[in-house]
Design a protein around this ligand. Structure first.
Ligand SMILES: Cc1cc2nc3c(=O)[nH]c(=O)nc-3n(C[C@H](O)[C@H](O)[C@H](O)COP(=O)(O)O)c2cc1C
Length: 217
């Protein structure tokens, strides 16, 4: 299947078949895809909680029972549920951690290259921390890149998905103990396979026309 076909046949799955599960290989590929998502300055300010047990999915689903009940069954019946979380602070210690990983992975031919990377990343982080004062928003945007990767990647693997913003972040943070780890939930993706009666599978996709959303110079 080519890319145009993939993006036009993937869709937001509203009802999952609880009897169908992702294979171990699909899960492994999705974990790799999440880890290798790009982020500004390679800051990777994220963490991914992946629930596949009934108990794990239940902890997330239980938080949806109130105002977000329309998303509850998706989480319970999906094969795997990914909670994409964002770090609440990009500290100097964390920047050193990322730098050390890049060193281990062989990114720096010289000490100067290492120092240059650290200076550049610190510049951007401090810009968002102290001048623009939108460090959290900036970090969340990186997590949304992983969301885009995940939605396209799942489709390429033949896995159905439902992205979910309709949830109570505080409740999910509490249920998963995220804040004590310096994390907060940003967006959720339910993964699995569509139920036969998923109404959304039968609807045509709708997008604004190309000439309205694309300017070609
Ligand atoms: C960030 C984000 C959050 C979303 N939140 C929900 C949600 O909480 N529940 C839901 O059923 N669909 C949700 N959607 C699905 C969108 O409504 C859907 O992607 C959009 O209508 C386009 O349809 P398509 O994904 O089938 O192409 C969300 C999508 C995105 C990208």
């Amino acid at each position: 299947m080519n890319l145009s076909d993939i993006v036009q046949t993937r869709y937001t799955t509203k009802a999952f078949d609880p009897s169908r599960k992702l294979s171990a290989e699909q899960v492994e590929q999705i974990e790799t895809l999440l880890r290798f998502s790009p982020s500004s300055t390679n800051a990777q300010p994220w963490h991914f909680v992946i629930a596949s047990s009934e108990a794990g999915k239940g902890r997330i689903a239980d938080t949806l029972a109130g105002g977000h009940a329309y998303n509850e069954a998706k989480v319970r019946k999906a094969s795997h549920v990914v909670v994409l979380c964002t770090r609440q602070a990009i500290t100097d210690e964390y920047l050193e951690r990322v730098l050390a990983q890049e060193q281990t992975d062989g990114r720096f031919a010289t000490p100067e290259a290492r120092a240059g990377q650290h200076t550049g990343r610190s510049f951007f982080v401090n810009l968002h921390r102290f001048e623009r004062r939108d460090a959290q928003h900036w970090a969340d945007k990186q997590t949304y890149l992983a969301l885009g990767f995940l939605l396209l990647g799942a489709a390429a693997l033949g896995v159905d998905a439902c992205p979910i913003e309709g949830f109570d972040q505080g409740a999910v943070d509490e249920a998963l103990g995220l804040r004590t780890q310096g994390l907060s939930s940003t967006v959720i993706v339910a993964l699995g396979f569509r139920a036969e009666d998923d109404f959304n599978a039968k609807l045509p996709k709708s997008r604004l026309p190309a000439d309205e959303v694309i300017t070609r110079l």
